[in-house]
Design a binder for this molecule. Structure first.
Ligand code: P61
Length: 465
């Protein structure tokens, strides 16, 4: 019989202790942090599933590459290796390093967009939306309808609604649409992949109107592997070949190397357009640095050059996708409502469904995050009304489209027993869900409010029968 168990395809060379706290300590820490887990020190967290961004464990090859890092201000060989590695996968003419993804976004939108423009995307992530809106453009989310139905299964729930895309361009006119973006995988929509068929269809519409297509490439390798698993005609292709095909239809990309670059910091911006590249490099020099380092150390460029290739390794991707699904399948089997099917980098609990007695205006995702912390020292992040809702001038809270709680899995960091522990904690909170209370906002910043918001518990709401 062939052996079926899928194992972590690595062994551990360097370990980092994690610290246990008592429930009473966690209750106090939570109140001191205004119920916002961004404001809790990571020493007080046992299992940190806040993000998969920059929290990856690097490989021996990456550490070795870091030692080769050349710290020359201009023309470093580390940059040559970085560019070569990116171009071999993505094929773009210009590669501009940045300190992380949002810096690439700020430069891209700063150069390409102006007030009154519209930027369609399957779903903008929060930094993408904020940077787009910062230059006065409208960040328009047009995912397929299934993307907003957490329980509905669809193999490519990250797809863009192409009919809506065509209609938007028709309505506002191509001149007001400076670019179209596709986020792979769709982070705010549950870490769900976009199919090659959809990328091609979006490109076709863009080409008809001479609008460039950009890919938000953060999790391009996970997206490529989902295509291999789910899209007819791709099962025999390697993740690298699939990624190459994905990028062939694009005119440029933004990337946070903190995700599928398997690095702890870094990002980049790519384009095939010489004029745009020049303007982007001019802006880069203003705030990030010279175009051969872009705010990164040479050693970071080398770590990313290696990491991008490791992220495309099939054994690694199989472990990655299977281990994320393991968490999703186990809590789902216990009754917990999650975005189906499980995504690539994270499991998203449907907090509205989990806590139906807490109205969206009392932040069920934040309340659930607080409970997972008290129960087991687990840190997660709300992707819902706090992140995407808005409080108007009259103080009325307008909920986000969904209230999700994301459990993001750092790459190559936790083992199966850590995840078994997370499952047990979530199921315990599920059992006592009816007693969980909503939250009231006591402080919010003018944008990206979720990082610093503070809360107190809301008066008890009557549970729906
Ligand atoms: C994350 F709570 N994501 O998922 P940067 N595009 C996409 C991302 O997922 C993304 C960026 C662009 C993070 C980090 C994060 O409010 C938050 O390198 C699809 O982080 O600048 C980042 O890349 C930006 C977590 C970001 C947050 C903002 O956890």
């Amino acid at each position: 019989m062939p052996i079926k168990t899928i194992i972590e395809p690595f062994r551990i060379k360097s370990v980092e202790p994690i610290r246990r706290t008592t429930r009473r300590e966690r209750q106090k820490l939570l109140v001191a942090a205004g119920y916002n887990l961004f404001l809790v020190a990571s020493d007080d967290i046992l299992i940190d599933l806040l993000t998969d961004s920059g929290t990856n464990a690097m490989s021996t090859e990456q550490w070795a590459a870091m030692m080769r890092g050349d710290e020359s201000y201009a023309g470093s060989p580390s940059f040559q290796r970085f560019r070569k590695s990116i171009q071999a996968i993505m094929g773009f003419k210009h590669v501009i390093p940045t300190h992380q993804g949002r810096a690439a976004e700020r430069i891209l939108f700063g150069v390409m967009c102006k007030k009154g423009d519209v930027v369609p995307n399957n779903t903008h992530f929060d930094t993408t939306r904020a940077n787009c809106e910062f230059v006065g453009a409208e960040a328009l989310d047009i995912p397929i309808a299934e993307a907003r139905q957490p329980q509905t299964r669809h193999p490519f729930k990250g797809n863009m609604d192409t009919a809506k895309l065509a209609a938007v361009i028709e309505r506002v006119g191509a001149k007001r649409v400076p670019l179209v973006m596709l986020t792979v995988t769709n982070n705010s929509g549950g870490g769900q992949p976009v199919s090659l068929e959809n990328i091609k269809a979006v490109k076709k519409i863009c080409a008809r109107h001479k609008i460039p297509l950009y890919i938000d490439a953060c999790r391009f390798a996970e997206n490529a592997y989902f295509i291999k698993l789910r899209e007819p005609g791709y099962s025999k292709k390697s993740p690298r070949e699939i990624a190459q095909e994905m990028f062939r239809y694009a005119d440029g990309c933004t990337m946070s190397a903190k995700k599928d670059g398997l690095a702890n910091i870094g990002g980049f911006l790519c384009t095939n357009n010489d004029l745009i590249a020049q303007q982007e490099k001019d802006l880069l020099i203003l705030t990030e640095g010279f175009p051969t380092y872009g705010g990164l150390a040479g050693r970071d460029l080398d770590a990313i050059a290696v990491g991008l290739n490791e992220a495309l390794d099939e054994d690694y991707l199989n472990y990655r996708i299977v281990s994320t699904a393991y968490l999703g399948d186990h809590i789902s089997a216990g009754g917990v409502p999650i975005v189906q099917p499980p995504g690539g980098h994270a499991i998203y609990i449907d907090a509205r469904e989990f806590l139906p007695h807490i109205p969206p205006t009392q932040f069920p995702g934040v309340a659930l995050a607080a409970e997972l912390y008290v129960e087991g020292g687990i840190r997660s992040v709300e992707i819902g009304t706090l992140m995407f809702g808005k409080r108007d001038d009259k103080g009325v809270e307008h909920p986000g489209p969904m209230d999700l709680l994301r459990l993001a899995i750092p790459r190559r960091v936790y083992t199966q027993s850590h995840i078994d522990y997370v499952v047990e904690v979530i199921l315990e909170v599920w059992r006592r869900r009816k007693g969980i209370r909503g939250l009231e906002l006591t402080y919010q910043a003018p944008f990206l409010r979720h990082f610093t918001a503070r809360f107190r518990t809301a008066p008890q709401h009557k549970a729906k029968s």
